[in-house]
Design a protein around this ligand. Structure first.
Ligand SMILES: NC(=O)c1ccc[n+]([C@@H]2O[C@H](COP(=O)([O-])OP(=O)(O)OC[C@H]3O[C@@H](n4cnc5c(N)ncnc54)[C@H](OP(=O)(O)O)[C@@H]3O)[C@@H](O)[C@H]2O)c1
Length: 323
């Protein structure tokens, strides 16, 4: 639509070409990738028009109160916006700003009523988006109580320390029941049944993404956006996650074992200095070779390591005997 307006009005002497874009294109919006992309197109169009010498500005509005699409959102979504620190813009505020910025020279302007300390504290990613990096550093040095952006791995550690698969499933079920309760804004006395489908419990697609994101953060794992659609109740999801975690834990254990092996191989050998009757000095590392044999992955590696040690030893012995 905006492109049609752009092409059809290209020859008209317009004073303004204003695109009502959304904050979603600027700061992201959970589960609204398509909406963010469509609005980012408006932003790009305003930049493009200005590059052609045509009027063009794109306004990345935060949610408006009293009227418009944001007021038609369900209560849960409105509550989510507030939890992110976003306060709706009243029509009076919006119109006032609109009047002030019409002649603004930049092609794009974000108009968002936001509590940045709350907004930034919600970013769970290990990587802070570049757009907020300076802002975050400023806020962090100002406020001591901004929750840290480190990944909460408490659940993961708890799971990894459990050897029994049943125990791990129990931990996951309890954790998921709490997360589902929070996402669905259920009362503390309401515990979701593990066998009941997420969507039968009242979940929608945005909530499904929120639940997936919570899990990805807690488990420090990449999870598919379709996770909740594929594993449609707590029980199924737990079984899937448990097997994924087991695989990951196994590879971590294997990795640790390899590291330990490497550490052992790299340990300085305990040399024994021997002196024969004729006074000739020699260095013995027999035990070290035995240990190497049990550690080396293959014969070629063993031969190469042994050859290199023997060579070093010969040089050392030479030095010792000629000193
Ligand atoms: N409201 C907000 O909080 C907010 C925040 C950020 C950005 N925005 C952006 O601001 C714009 C307006 O939002 P709004 O809240 O005013 O939305 P809205 O209340 O849903 O109004 C949308 C308007 O677009 C018209 N429309 C829809 N489809 C159309 C089509 N195919 N062809 C021509 N006209 C069409 C509708 O006409 P009819 O009335 O005839 O259906 C209506 O007048 C949207 O692009 C939205 O993304 C809004």
């Amino acid at each position: 639509g905006s492109w049609n307006l752009h092409t059809l009005s290209a020859q008209l002497p317009l004073d303004f070409f204003v695109c009502f874009s959304s904050a979603a294109a600027l700061v992201g919006s959970l589960g609204q990738g398509n909406y963010a992309a469509a609005n980012a197109f408006l932003d790009g169009l305003a930049h493009y028009r200005q590059s052609l010498g045509l009027p063009g500005i794109s306004l990345n509005w935060g949610p408006w109160a009293e009227t418009g699409m944001a007021t038609r959102l369900g209560k849960q979504h409105q509550a989510r916006l507030q939890q992110q620190g976003l306060t709706p813009i009243t029509p009076q505020q919006g119109l006032q700003v609109f009047e002030q910025i019409l002649n603004y020279q930049n092609p794009q302007l974000g108009i968002i009523q936001v509590d940045w300390s709350v907004f930034l504290a919600k970013i769970k990613s290990k990587i802070i988006p570049a757009l907020f990096s300076k802002l975050f550093t400023k806020l962090e040095s100002k406020a001591e109580n901004i929750p840290s952006l480190t990944v909460e791995t408490e659940l993961l550690n708890q799971l990894k320390s459990q050897k029994s698969s049943n125990k791990r499933q129990e931990i996951l079920i309890e954790y998921l029941q709490e997360q589902v309760r929070q996402v669905l804004k259920l009362d503390s006395c309401q515990t979701p049944d593990p066998q009941t489908g997420f969507f039968d419990l009242g979940m929608d697609s945005l909530m499904a993404i929120e639940l997936k994101n919570r899990l990805a953060t807690a488990l420090d794992m990449m999870l598919a956006s379709t996770l909740i659609f594929e594993f449609t109740n707590i029980q199924n999801l737990v079984e899937h996650l448990e097997s994924e975690i087991s695989k990951n834990s196994w590879s971590t254990i294997q990795q640790q074992e390899t590291e330990q092996k490497e550490q052992k191989i790299n340990t300085t050998p305990k040399f024994t200095l021997k002196k024969s009757k004729d006074g000739k000095k020699s260095i013995s590392i027999v035990n070290q070779f035995a240990e190497l044999e049990s550690l080396a992955e293959d014969v070629e590696t063993l031969i190469a390591v042994e050859a290199s040690i023997t060579n070093e030893l010969a040089q050392l012995e030479n030095l010792l005997n000629n000193s």
